[in-house]
Design a protein around this ligand. Structure first.
Ligand SMILES: Nc1ncnc2c1ncn2[C@@H]1O[C@H](COP(=O)(O)OP(=O)(O)OP(=O)(O)O)[C@@H](O)[C@H]1O
Ligand SMILES: [Mg+2]
Length: 273
C-alpha cells in the first residue's frame, strides 16, 4: 500500500469483512494505524488526490533569502497564534486565520509556507495543482470544506492553496470568497541585497573559487527571482563539471547568466523560401 503524498509504503492486512469490497489496485481509506477502513469511490479518491499531506517539510526560514520583512509578518500572523495562543486571549483579539501570499513567480512563497509548517511542527496540507482543482471548480466550496476537515484531523496544520485564483475566482458569487484570509502579504522580487543572500544560500554546499563575488553577481541579476538564481547556481556548477574542474569560478556564473539570458530572448522568426 502506498500512502499518497509522502511516498510511504506500508504493508497491512485486510479484514475479512472488507475482502469482498476491495480489489487489487483500489484506493482505500486508512486510519492512523494504517488499517483499511473502506474502499474509496472514484469521486472521493479524486478529491483526496487534490490534497497532499506533507508531515513536516524540510524548508526552514534560514533557507529563504531577501524577504525578512515578509517572514516576520507571516510568523506573526501564523506562528504566534499557534505557539502562544494565550497572548491573543490576554489581549482579547482573535488571531488571524489565514494569510494570502502573493507576488511574482519563484520568489519564495511556497517555501515560506513550508517553513511555517516546519517551524511550528504543523502538518503541511497542500491543495494540488490546477488540473485536479479545475475538475472540482463547480464544487469549489465543497473542496475547501474538505480541506478544512482534513486540516482539523491533522491539527495544527498549515493549509496551502496554490493558484488560489483557480479556486477563488469561480467563487465570486459567494460572499465569503477572499475573506478567508485576513492578511495579505506581498512577496516581491528580491533586491540586490536579497539576491546576494540567495546566491549564498544556494551555494552553501558548493566549492567556490576565490574570485566569486556575489555582490557583483547580485548587481548584474536585477529582476531575477530566487528560483532563477537557484538555477543560475546549478548551471554555473555544470560549467565547472563540463570543464572537469572541482571549483566553481566567477566566469562560470557569468557564463550561466549569459545562458539563461539567451534562453529568455525569443528566437528571431526565420523565413524559408
Ligand atoms: N527568497 C528565496 N530564497 C531562496 N531560494 C528561493 C527564494 N525564492 C525562490 N527560491 C528558490 O526557488 C524555488 C521556488 O520557490 P517557491 O516555490 O517558493 O516560489 P513561489 O514564490 O512559490 O513561486 P510560484 O508563484 O511560481 O508558486 C525554491 O525551491 C528555492 O530553491
Ligand atoms: Mg508557489
Amino acid at each position: 500500500m502506498r500512502q499518497h503524498g509522502n511516498n510511504q509504503e506500508v504493508l497491512t492486512e485486510i479484514s475479512p469483512t472488507l475482502e469482498e469490497e476491495v480489489d487489487n489496485g483500489d484506493r482505500v481509506a486508512v486510519n492512523d494505524s494504517f488499517s483499511v477502513q473502506r474502499a474509496l469511490s472514484s469521486e472521493t479518491d479524486a478529491r483526496a488526490q487534490a490534497m497532499q499531506v506533507e508531515a513536516r517539510p524540510e524548508v526552514t526560514y534560514g533557507d529563504i533569502g531577501g524577504i525578512d520583512d515578509q517572514i516576520r509578518d507571516v510568523r506573526e500572523a501564523v506562528e504566534l497564534p499557534l505557539l502562544d495562543p494565550e497572548r491573543f486571549d490576554t489581549v482579547g483579539i482573535e488571531p488571524p486565520t489565514g494569510v494570502l501570499l502573493h507576488g511574482p513567480p519563484g520568489t519564495g512563497k511556497t517555501m515560506l509556507a513550508k517553513a511555517v509548517a516546519n517551524g511550528t511542527d504543523a502538518t503541511f496540507i497542500k491543495m494540488a495543482g490546477s488540473e485536479l482543482v479545475r475538475k472540482f471548480i463547480g464544487e469549489g466550496a465543497r473542496l475547501v470544506r474538505d480541506l478544512f476537515e482534513l486540516a482539523n484531523e491533522h491539527e495544527p496544520a498549515v493549509i496551502f492553496i496554490d493558484e488560489l485564483d483557480a479556486v477563488a475566482a469561480k467563487r465570486t458569487d459567494s460572499k465569503t470568497s477572499g475573506d478567508r484570509f485576513d492578511r495579505l502579504i506581498e512577496v516581491p522580487e528580491p533586491d540586490a541585497e536579497g539576491r546576494e543572500q540567495i546566491f549564498q544560500i544556494h551555494t552553501r554546499g558548493t566549492t567556490l573559487a576565490e574570485d566569486v563575488d556575489f555582490a557583483e553577481l547580485a548587481a548584474t541579476t536585477e529582476g531575477r527571482s530566487g528560483a532563477e538564481i537557484e538555477s543560475l547556481a546549478t548551471e554555473a556548477g555544470m560549467f565547472a563539471i563540463r570543464d572537469e574542474r572541482t571549483e566553481v569560478r566567477m566566469d562560470d556564473f557569468e557564463a550561466a547568466l549569459e545562458k539563461i539570458t539567451d534562453e529568455d530572448t525569443p528566437a528571431e522568426p526565420v523565413a524559408f523560401r
